[in-house]
Ligand binder design. Structure first.
Ligand code: ATP
Length: 429
């Protein structure tokens, strides 16, 4: 099959550097790979590294496993690649049971963190290696290797050795070496984690574009939330060997289904409460914290079934809260609270405020915009209003959570910090 590709000269990534049309013989590359994991468990002796995972990764998607160190992401990847055997369960690619197939017979290629290029081989031979092992005719090997090197814009570097090219170029070669085998699925185990921030960002854009170009399934493992959010079509959040949530990046961020997801992706304020009233599109929640010894009612959205009297947790992202000396006035769909500034931290792109309302601490991120109500910067211990739209606080159906340490330390430490600063550090306008 032939595939025609027009590349725009203004596009930012490497293979779009020049305007040209190429004809790419994609062969098996266009075949997609849907992966089904059915009851997959992996034990190392008594330790359960992956715990009864059931899921489908749709063909052609760029899918990420995201979770803290040791949660079982790499073990899942290694089982799909065939480097580990599941203790229980079956793995299917496009409906074919591959659980007992040896790694080299699977339509899968893996790119490891360090790219594992052979240092003594030139770039061309690194890419050709898999095809030579398969004993393909010499002409076919040359055709396929040159074609893929053209696509990743490394053709003119083909005589170099790996130590003569940059980290980003090594990644391109590792991808070329995997794609030249025409896999249905490409497995990527933290492929950019060894690179510096700027190069990482560039490589992520390149990976996304290579994925769009080839349309095969990419499975990406990372513990970096930003990376997963920016490149994935879908994300699976893992913890202790289990899948906690699967969804689109923005769904997971805007509507985490658990306290773990809410905390793992981004930052959040958790508020415990009891459902007091249920309306058509919002609920009233009596919170666990008080202001002037009165319980506070908040309006919030809910997507899950809740009942009156049920104890729940509200999640509210710090950037969704506005803070000001002035009240926004009565707004029927705003929650408005009065609080006092406990701590101010300047973070460059924004200022972080810790604000006390009754006995609850709120973390608030405020961007440095001149268009807010206050003419001068907010100061420590000032009385302020904090307010947010009621669709921004939402229900998580878990009752108990560990109170988050908000990093302001004891009163004594805080006072010392103010004293040591001489002048109090203020928020920035
Ligand atoms: P990281 O982000 O740190 O790479 P991960 O989520 O990829 O972590 P895994 O490498 O899948 O985690 O490991 C999951 C758990 O299984 C860890 O506790 C790890 O120590 C354990 N584990 C992995 N491989 C083995 C092994 N061969 N023998 C014993 N325990 C193992």
């Amino acid at each position: 099959m032939y595939f025609s590709l027009f590349l725009d000269k203004n596009a930012p990534f490497f293979f779009m550097a020049k305007s040209f049309t190429i004809m790419v013989h994609l062969g098996g590359l266009c075949e997609l790979g849907e992966i089904r994991l059915e009851g997959i468990t992996k034990k190392f002796d008594d330790f359960v590294a992956v715990d009864n995972v059931n899921m489908i990764i749709e063909d052609g998607k760029l899918f990420s496993f995201l979770g803290p160190s040791g949660c079982g992401k790499t073990t899942i990847l290694r089982m799909i690649a065939g480097f580990e055997t599941p203790t229980e369960g079956r793995i299917y690619i496009d409906g074919l049971d591959i659980t007992d197939l040896s790694p080299y017979k699977r339509p899968v290629n893996t790119i490891f963190q360090n790219y594992s290029l052979f240092p003594h081989m030139r770039i061309f031979d690194n890419v050709a290696f898999g095809l030579k092992i398969k004993n393909l005719p010499k002409n076919e090997i040359i055709d396929r290797v040159e074609r893929i090197l053209n696509i990743v814009q490394m053709f003119d570097q083909k005589h170099k050795y790996p130590n003569q090219i940059s980290g980003g170029q090594k990644q391109r070669i590792a991808i070329a070496r995997a794609l030249v085998n025409e896999p249905k699925v490409l497995l990527l185990d933290e492929p950019v984690s060894a690179l510096d921030l700027k190069l990482r960002q560039k490589m992520i854009i390149e990976l996304m574009n290579i994925h769009d170009l080839f349309s095969i399934t990419f499975i990406y493992v990372t513990h970096d939330q930003g990376e997963a959010m920016s490149l994935s079509d879908k994300i699976a959040i893992m913890n202790h060997g289990k899948i906690v949530q699967i969804g689109l990046p923005d769904d997971i961020y805007e509507r985490p289904n658990s306290i773990f997801s809410a905390h793992f992706i981004g930052d959040t304020n958790l508020i415990s409460g009891t459902v007091k009233a249920i309306h058509e599109d919002y609920i009233e929640v009596e919170t666990g914290f008080s202001q002037n010894n009165e319980k506070i009612l908040l309006d919030s959205t809910y997507t899950q079934d809740v009942s009156i009297g049920e104890k729940i947790t509200l999640s509210l992202r710090p950037e969704k809260i506005a803070v000001s000396r002035r009240s926004p006035g009565s707004q029927s769909d705003f929650n408005i609270l009065k609080g006092q500034i406990e701590d101010i931290l300047y973070l460059g792109t924004h200022t972080q405020y810790i604000i006390k309302v009754g006995d609850q601490l709120f973390k608030v991120f405020s961007q440095h915009k001149k268009v807010y109500f206050d003419d001068t910067a907010l100061d420590w211990e000032e009385n302020v209003f904090l307010y947010w739209h009621d669709t921004d606080s939402f229900v998580i159906k878990e009752e108990n959570f560990e109170k988050q340490e908000l990093g302001i330390g004891s009163q004594e430490l805080r006072d010392k910090r103010i004293e040591a600063n001489g002048k109090r550090q203020k928020g920035v306008k």
